[in-house]
Design a protein around this ligand. Structure first.
Ligand SMILES: [Zn+2]
Ligand SMILES: [Zn+2]
Length: 167
């Protein structure tokens, strides 16, 4: 079953094919043009862009060469019948991310359990955060970061092309 490259949804029939990408609708195909441009950028260029992003100053602590990347954590707080979830996405360095992730791990391990569902969910959430911590320890830019930067580069190329066209 094809997955839309733009919105990530599954679709059964129809869709639009463009290059190596498939889109669920004309609207997604239009929005996804940047992806096709991104696919055409030399991977060595993307790698260079991702590495310089990875080594730049952290937007939180300002330290350089700390491994700035997309970092995530997942909080779970339970209170008898309600659960509160919070999935966070941070762009920051390794040490800022670890501080946030260990904070979340501690918080979830203390406050996750206090409902029936929480008893089952807490171990899963703790494991999930442990996986995120493992990812944060990487020494190379993540694939997700490279893809994001490739798309941003493509979008600025498209925007520049539009300006040139209208001149
Ligand atoms: Zn779509
Ligand atoms: Zn930092």
């Amino acid at each position: 079953m094809p997955v839309c490259s733009e919105c990530g949804s599954l679709f059964f029939v129809g869709g639009v094919k463009a290059g190596s990408r498939k889109f669920c609708s004309e609207r997604c195909a239009e929005k996804g043009k940047a992806l096709l441009v991104a696919d055409a950028i030399d991977p060595a260029d993307i790698q260079r862009i991702a590495t310089s992003f990875f080594d730049r100053a952290c937007p939180i602590c300002g330290k350089e060469n700390g491994g700035v990347d997309i970092q995530r954590d997942h909080r779970l707080i339970s209170a008898i019948v309600v659960q509160t979830f919070q999935n966070r996405r941070l762009i920051c360095c390794r040490s800022c991310a670890l501080k946030a992730q260990f904070g979340t791990l501690g918080l979830t391990s203390v406050l996750g359990w206090w409902s029936i569902r929480g008893i089952f969910m807490t171990p899963i959430w703790l494991g999930w955060n442990a996986i995120e911590i493992g990812k944060t320890l990487r020494r190379k830019p993540s694939r997700e970061l490279s893809e994001l930067l490739a798309r941003e580069t493509a979008e600025s190329l498209l925007a520049n092309a539009k300006i040139t066209e209208s001149q």
